[in-house]
Design a protein around this ligand. Structure first.
Ligand code: AR6
Length: 172
């Protein structure tokens, strides 16, 4: 099963789709969201505004996912998803994080993509414990790939330290 784990900058990835850890507004922000909008240029924000106008006037619900152009990025698409905010997700934190991964993969399939790169959704500004998030992310992707064995998934981490946390939590 093609699951890759690496450290690096998601904006440099040439996959069919990269996933953005966005917020409900889809209007950009800090962290990986800020990096994607900066590197991809204004076409991404324009597409997000269109998504808000036509599909999600109240914002993208937590755990859902939607695709836009990747603008100037080497990827073809950005799949925006919203992870749960640790401390505000009650007893649904794990389920909502799993939804964010699963729904992103479903969107990738709809786009006809065979490669997707994920950042560590919710583990930055949103404060989800990294080791707990790693277990959920890995299990959700592994389960999804059972029915989509040709999909190539990469988990990318901004540092070697966070890559190692993921590897330890998932016993790689
Ligand atoms: N490439 C790969 N990973 C990155 C990059 C990058 N260029 N930049 C950061 N990370 P975060 P969240 C890692 O905070 O917790 C934004 O303001 C980072 O080290 O980006 O889901 C949004 O607009 C961390 O491990 O996302 C939302 O408001 C991981 O990406 C909010 O933050 C996720 O951290 C979302 O918070």
């Amino acid at each position: 099963m093609p699951i890759h784990i690496k450290a690096g900058d998601i904006t440099k990835e040439k996959a069919c789709a990269i996933v953005n850890a966005a917020n409900r507004s889809l209007m950009g922000g800090g962290g990986v969201d800020g990096a994607i909008h900066r590197a991809g240029g204004p076409a991404i924000l324009a597409a997000c505004k269109e998504v808000r106008r036509t599909q999600y006037p109240d914002g993208l619900p937590t755990g859902e996912a939607v695709a836009t152009t990747a603008g100037n990025l080497p990827a073809q698409y950005v799949i925006h998803t919203v992870g749960p905010i640790w401390g505000r997700c009650g007893d649904r934190c794990d389920e909502l994080l799993a939804n964010a991964y699963r729904n992103s993969l479903k969107v990738a399939v709809e786009l006809g993509c065979d490669s997707v790169v994920f950042p560590a959704i919710s583990t930055g500004v949103y404060g989800f414990p990294a080791d707990r998030a790693a277990k959920i992310a890995y299990k959700t992707v592994k389960d999804f790939l059972k029915s989509h064995p040709d999909m190539d998934v990469t988990f990318i981490f901004h540092s070697d330290r966070s890559r190692k946390v993921f590897e330890k939590a998932t016993a790689h």
